[in-house]
Design a protein around this ligand. Sequence first.
Ligand SMILES: [Mg+2]
Length: 243
Amino acid sequence: MLLATDLDGTFLGGTDADKTSLYQLIKESPDVRLVFVTGRGIRSVLGLLEDTALPRPEYIICDVGATITHFPTMMPVEPIQSGIAAKWPGEQVREKLKTVAGLLHQEAQQQYRCSYYYDAQTDIPAAQTVAASFSCDLMLSAGKYLDVLPGGVNKGYTLLKLLEVLGTSQEQVLVAGDSMNDLAMYETGLQGVVVGGAEEELLAQTAVMRHVLQASRIGAGGILEAMEKHHAFASLIDNVGLR
Ligand SMILES: [Mg+2]
């Protein structure tokens, strides 16, 4: 089985007790493949992994889906990464976005995407027009993050490409998230959980998706809640007596 999880507010969220249970469960279950799927850049994720309490992922999808790294070797996963790179227009899109009012550049590392903060003052239609002129997508998340990504690239796209490379069957997968940039993972049709404390817009958008559980527990607790109801993960929960 394979857990593909967002980090902030999801895998890193929830009570200390739930995080301890989830992290232990994964560390003690060699059958569980772990994939981080985050808006962070790779350096920021490697910083988090200095905390040895956090289980080691096998793959890290960063930059809202624009980069994919095999963690033990730190190698990009091919041909996925080259395919994404080929869709990215490069620095010219960043230059053009400088003309858009109200975009505040994020200091975060950015590969094959541009990241900004936005607010009520931001001219989002203008940003949308710039993105579209480079065949890029514009993504808003958590009420403050604005990302411009290569057209069609998002967390769901890159995760599906990885499953293809690994030959993992879709029934073996659980996806987890809490904000709008996670929506693309649910749109793949994979079994998923929106953890407690999630962004309202994401709850609204996933309410009609029968393959998506809206958990009551926050962060890691919501992932455990979903594992209990997932046919592949449920036996794991029973084996360690977490239910
Ligand atoms: Mg999140």
